[in-house]
Design a protein around this ligand. Structure first.
Ligand code: AVJ
Length: 320
């Protein structure tokens, strides 16, 4: 068998149908909202990679610091022979883990972006010719099924703090589905950004160079290209606010004037009043107790909690 296979678990038109449904629903409700997964076309993925290098955006560096410091402990604690990674993107941080797992046979990156999977898979195999890479093009929020020939123990990694993009009920459902994928002896490695002062959080989502603003507005370009929407990104301002009660950052796009956007593919016209906002992302921040409690509710027992030296970000290791 080839050491690199890419499997689509999504029908080719499922993504298009999901986008249409999300936009039709999200832009006709009050307040308007769009799910963050539509940021990540090729340009959006590049902008996100650029965000990870910004001075204000600490989560990627903080998580990499923890991974480097703890990779050997993670390897010891799990003995993983299969590493599954949800939302693998460039798989760049995962390399530290792959290199530390002495018994690793298979790496299963799961992402909605086939191009990201191809790039990352080939790059990894160039350095690790012994590895079998089973890439899965899938939306991990929509009930994932794994190939049944993956050797255990299996380690499922969900890094980057992406779990924070889910609202609390979605999070509970997601963790339950992850737990159901695991067998006794398998483990979950979860990255969570932590609650901290408002200025640091807001700066991370509203950087001085405006890269995050471009990333946020990129969803409008996606609607333009995929649905023919005549929305001018210049008519919207990027907004990042900290919700201290719910302990999450919200990104929004705020209309600079009254406007109506035609969306021909949906046979829809959407009106915005000047100042009206569309919520485009929630990025929840966590405390140790909340992570433990939510993992336990999904039947996952927390074994380790590691943070970077500055205490900005955490990795949790939990078992079934
Ligand atoms: C990749 C989802 C973890 O929420 O911090 C970066 C995405 N949004 N800047 C995050 C993001 C704005 C990021 N995640």
């Amino acid at each position: 068998m080839s050491p690199f296979t890419v499997t689509r678990t999504l029908p080719a038109d499922a993504t298009a149908a999901a986008l249409r449904a999300d936009v039709a629903e999200g832009l006709t409700r009050t307040p308007k909202q769009l799910p963050p997964k539509w940021f990540y076309d090729a340009r959006g993925s590049e902008l996100f990679e650029e965000i990870t290098r910004l001075p204000e955006y600490y989560p990627t560096r903080a998580e990499r610091e923890i991974l480097i410091a703890r990779a050997a402990e993670i390897a010891d604690a799990t003995g993983a022979r299969t590493l599954i990674e949800l939302g693998s993107g460039s798989s760049e941080k995962t390399r530290h883990l792959i290199e530390a797992l002495p018994d690793l046979h298979a790496y299963v990156p799961v992402d909605v972006s086939e191009s990201a999977l191809e790039l990352a898979g080939h790059a990894l195999l160039a350095d690790h010719p012994g590895l079998t890479v089973h890439a899965l093009v899938a939306d991990f929020l929509g009930g994932l099924t794994l190939p049944d020939d993956l050797p255990g123990p299996r380690l499922l990694a969900f890094l980057g703090g992406t779990i924070g993009n889910l609202l609390p009920p979605e999070r509970a459902e997601f963790l339950a589905s992850v737990s159901a994928l695991l067998s006794p002896g398998d483990a979950l490695l979860l990255g969570t950004d932590l609650v901290k002062d408002e200025a640091t959080l807001v700066a991370a989502y509203d950087d001085a160079q405006g890269v995050t603003a471009e990333f946020n507005k990129n969803v409008l370009r996606v609607l333009d290209r995929e649905l023919g929407a005549d929305i001018d990104p210049a008519d919207f301002d990027h907004v990042a606010v900290w919700d201290a009660e719910r302990e999450w950052i919200e990104m929004r796009l705020r209309a600079r004037k009254d406007l109506t956007a035609k969306i021909p593919a949906l046979d829809l016209a959407v009106s915005f009043a000047a100042g009206e906002e569309v919520r485009t992302e929630v990025s929840a921040k966590f405390r140790e107790e909340k992570v433990r409690t939510e993992l336990a509710a999904a039947g996952l027992e927390s074994r380790r909690w590691w943070t970077d030296a500055a205490g900005r970000f955490a990795l949790s290791l939990a078992v079934r």
